[in-house]
Design a protein around this ligand. Structure first.
Ligand SMILES: *[C@@H]1O[C@H](CO)[C@@H](O)[C@H](O)[C@H]1NC(C)=O
Ligand SMILES: *[C@@H]1O[C@H](CO)[C@@H](O)[C@H](O)[C@H]1NC(C)=O
Ligand SMILES: *[C@@H]1O[C@H](CO)[C@@H](O)[C@H](O)[C@H]1NC(C)=O
Ligand SMILES: *[C@@H]1O[C@H](CO)[C@@H](O)[C@H](O)[C@H]1NC(C)=O
Length: 790
């Protein structure tokens, strides 16, 4: 009698707690997608283990309201040959897989299902094949970079559907075909950045690209195969700041209207076949970098804008048919640093006046200059191959030697000079493992690599962009200009207060760098391509602890009054590290296919495959001494896995086996259930005509046994209340948070198990029914117990 009163009271509490409790566990579809990734990609973070990505903070994963909204996995050394089942992360907003050179494969069309994506970064991986048309369905995107992969084929016109897009970077691939417009890129009215450097795009530049609704600031199509004119429509886009059309096959005259683009700072038109007059740039007051080398302009005197552009730092006009003399006041432009006018027909006397700009380098080699009149000996000047240097380099005259690039040496003031064991000395004199890589700039407002002030600005700007992260210092070094006029630097980022960064920090650093939400004076946008990081700090805290205390052992016996029973066992420690992919043996996907032959791969969320052999060994050939219960379904055995974990094995007997499809469904269902108040599935065996489910083993048996005094455990009232709340939480999870929802239908004291700390766990889903299952509404095992109508 007493027993029934107690159970009644527990029921009331269960009901109340059910109403109150609020929990936030990972959505099961998201969990499935991440688990599928785990089985197809290598080198995912070691803490991608345990039952819940959102609650356990898997590295690189961020959740909002139990949905995965951000996956930032830059630079983790991940490899895999498929894009993975990412498309089911339908709430994803940020996806960054950059700098994982081991990631290959094509982008599947299903990427179009990530409807909430705002940032897509796949920089510096090894993806190949065409960019899927479905990319046009990602309507929320504001930033895409697929830079530095091996994408081929056309730019899909559907990209024009991305009306919110601001940053579009497809540079450094092998894309070909025309620039798509109408439909296409002309409808990207919010785009600020078109970065298409280093591809094989062909055809002419469509005038629609510069329609009156465009707000572009950076247009970079350098190093492609574009032909035809620069369309005069470019004059519509007054916002333009950086224009790179160099290294194509453009011809025709440069449209005069270019001169009306007053915001341009960097203009690259070099290495084309442009004709006519050297363009008039007088209308560009902030222009600092000009390169129009190697075009076929008409012969002309030095244009007047040479002396009027007060912001000019860099003028590169190699091989542009300039004739006559350079006006003396050109050399006193206040910011001038680098002038390359080699291979022209400049003649007469070179008068540099009294400029004593020590930062100025002037290359006038291969011209027709006959005389020099200067007192400005501080300028670095080369007149090699001019009549004024008849003896060439051997003449010993300083300005008759070839121009050498400036360089600088930075001395640190550390007392240490080197560090032991691969560590690197930081600018602040500590030894650690920096995160390193190359910064590859699409454009810059200077070319003088010898000027350390740019370099300092770069370091300071990056350091402040990393504010809030444990970054001690930033070092940029080894500047160089590549064959396509892109400046590169080597970058080192040093950790502060420790020897190395953890994966999360590397992912964030990479994301910040490539997202470029910060300003870099004098530098244009860039790509960050890392050198793979040597030494992630092992961020998995507490993993060791669990191996001592974790193995929670218990007993569980079913079979009291009712028909069905079950016993379930426990193992409570999450197997974080020991789960060290026990090779293919633990790949149920492979095995399943070979059994089923119909390709229906089960979506297993952490459940392991066990061989019949293994389970037979640990139960002493399913001996009676290991049997801890029996019922209509079959018997339940206790066993200890080689890892030390104790499990309860539920073995179906002949006659109560399910069809393969039903068995798969049941495993899929059970393996989704992860909650501390619900008994969880450890794995299964489906081999040699056997169907077995392996559960965690629960030490203290059923609640029924404790209440009846049978187990020797005395439950005080506060313990009973806790048991009721625990059970309620478990049920709440099953009813409301599991997807699909599960109605237990047979909750009773014998289906509530107690672990060694008297935490209650709901057990026996042998009678579970899926909610919302259209059609027949299946029952996962033999139908027995309390039916509820739903
Ligand atoms: C996207 O663009 C293509 C062609 O530009 C068009 O046919 C298609 O209907 C658009 N799709 C959506 C979903 O708007
Ligand atoms: C260059 O353009 C400016 C206007 O920006 C104009 O005043 C000047 O006359 C032009 N020079 C030549 C040589 O056409
Ligand atoms: C101009 O062309 C020559 C010969 O192809 C090349 O060596 C030089 O680098 C080019 N100059 C520029 C500034 O691109
Ligand atoms: C990585 O470091 C950050 C601090 O920068 C810390 O918040 C985070 O917990 C660490 N991650 C792991 C898995 O230890």
């Amino acid at each position: 009698m007493n027993l029934y009163v107690t159970i009644g009271g527990i029921w009331l509490l269960i009901y109340l707690a059910h109403v109150v409790a609020i929990l936030a566990f990972t959505n099961t579809d998201d969990f499935a997608a991440l688990t599928a990734l785990k089985s197809s990609w290598d080198n995912l973070p070691p803490n991608w283990n345990g039952p819940d990505p959102c609650v356990l903070n898997w590295e690189g994963v961020i959740c909002t309201n139990s949905r995965v909204t951000s996956l930032k996995l830059n630079g983790m050394g991940i490899s895999g040959s498929q894009f993975g089942d990412l498309a089911s992360l339908t709430e994803l907003e940020f996806l960054d897989l950059s700098n994982n050179l081991g990631l290959k494969g094509t982008l599947p069309s299903s990427i179009g299902e990530l409807k909430n994506l705002t940032v897509l970064m796949l920089i510096g991986c090894s993806f190949f094949g065409p960019i899927p048309t479905t990319i046009g369905s990602l309507k929320q995107l504001t930033y895409i970079s697929l830079s530095s992969n091996n994408f081929t084929g056309l730019i899909p016109p559907s990209i024009g559907n991305l009306s919110k897009l601001s940053w579009l970077d497809l540079s450094d691939n092998q894309l070909n075909g025309p620039i798509p417009v109408n439909p296409g890129m002309d409808s990207l009215g919010n785009a600020r950045h078109f970065h298409f450097s280093n591809n094989q795009l062909s055809g002419s530049i469509p005038p629609e690209l510069f329609g009156p609704n465009m707000k572009l600031i950076h247009v970079m199509f350098d190093n492609n195969r574009l032909v035809g004119n620069i369309p005069p429509d470019i004059g519509n886009v007054k916002s333009l700041e950086v224009v790179r059309l160099d290294r194509n096959l453009l011809n025709g005259e440069v449209p005069e209207i270019l001169n009306s683009l007053g915001n341009i700072t960097d203009l690259y038109l070099a290495n084309n076949k442009l004709l006519g007059q050297i363009p008039n740039l007088t209308g560009m007051p902030v222009l600092s970098y000009v390169d129009m080398s190697n075009n076929t302009f008409e012969e002309s005197d030095v244009p007047s804008w040479f002396t009027s552009l007060q912001s000019l730092t860099t003028l590169v006009m190699e091989n542009t048919q300039l004739i006559g003399e350079i006006p003396v006041n050109f050399f006193s432009l206040p910011h001038l640093e680098k002038v390359v006018l080699s291979n022209n027909k400049l003649s007469g006397t070179l008068d540099i006046g009294s400029s004593d700009n020590t930062n100025l380098t002037v290359d006038l080699s291969s011209n027709s200059i006959t005389n020099v009149s200067t007192k400005a000996y501080k300028i670095k000047l080369s007149l090699l191959n001019n009549p004024v240097c008849p003896g060439g380099e051997s003449s010993g005259v300083k300005y008759c030697t070839a121009e050498k690039d400036n360089s600088y040496i930075i001395l640190n003031s550390c007392t240490l000079t080197s560090c032991s064991s691969d560590r690197v000395l930081s600018p602040k004199c500590s030894c650690s493992h920096p995160y390193t890589g190359n910064l590859w700039f699409f454009s810059s407002s200077f070319l003088d690599l010898g000027d350390s002030s740019y370099h300092n600005v770069l370091e300071q700007s990056l350091l402040s962009a990393f504010k809030g992260l444990p970054v001690d210092s930033v070092n940029v070094s080894h500047p160089s200009v590549d064959i396509n006029s892109h400046i590169q630097y080597q970058l080192q980022i040093f950790p502060s207060g420790k020897e190395s960064f953890n994966r999360t920090e590397i992912a964030i650093l990479g994301f910040l760098l490539n997202r470029q939400n910060f300003s870099l004076p004098s530098f244009g946008p860039f790509l960050f391509i890392e050198n793979s990081y040597c030494c992630f700090s092992d961020g998995v805290t507490g993993a060791k602890k669990s191996s001592n205390t974790g193995a929670i052992v218990g007993a569980s016996v079913g079979c009291v009054l009712f028909i069905l029973l079950l016993c379930v066992g426990i193992y409570a420690f999450r197997q974080r590290r020991s789960a060290k992919r026990e090779s293919d043996k633990n790949n149920p996907f492979l095995l399943w296919d070979s059994y089923k032959g119909n390709g229906a791969v089960p979506q297993l969320k952490g459940a392991k495959w066990f061989s019949f052999e293994e389970l037979r060994n640990i139960t002493n050939n399913f001996s009676e001494s290991h049997c801890i219960g029996s019922g209509g379904y079959g018997k339940v055995y206790k066993g200890t896995l080689t890892s030390g974990e104790v499990v309860a094995i539920k073995r179906a007997q002949q006659g109560s086996m399910q069809g393969a499809a039903e068995f798969r469904t049941e495993i899929e269902l059970l393996s989704r259930i992860h909650h501390k108040n619900v008994v969880s599935l450890v794995g299964f065996c489906y081999e040699q005509g056997e169907q077995m489910l392996v559960y965690e083993f629960i030490h203290n048996g059923t609640l029924g046994e404790s209440l009846s005094g049978k187990s020797g455990i005395k439950l005080g009232w506060s313990s009973r209340l806790k048991v009721a709340l625990d059970a309620a939480r478990g049920l709440l999870y099953l009813h409301e948070l599991a997807n699909p929802p599960i109605i237990h239908r047979d909750i009773k004291s014998n289906n509530i198990l107690l672990d060694d700390q008297l935490n209650a766990k709901v057990a026996d889903f042998g009678l579970s029914k899926l909610l919302g299952d259209t059609g027949k509404g299946y029952v996962t095992t033999q139908v027995k117990g309390t039916l509820v109508s739903i």
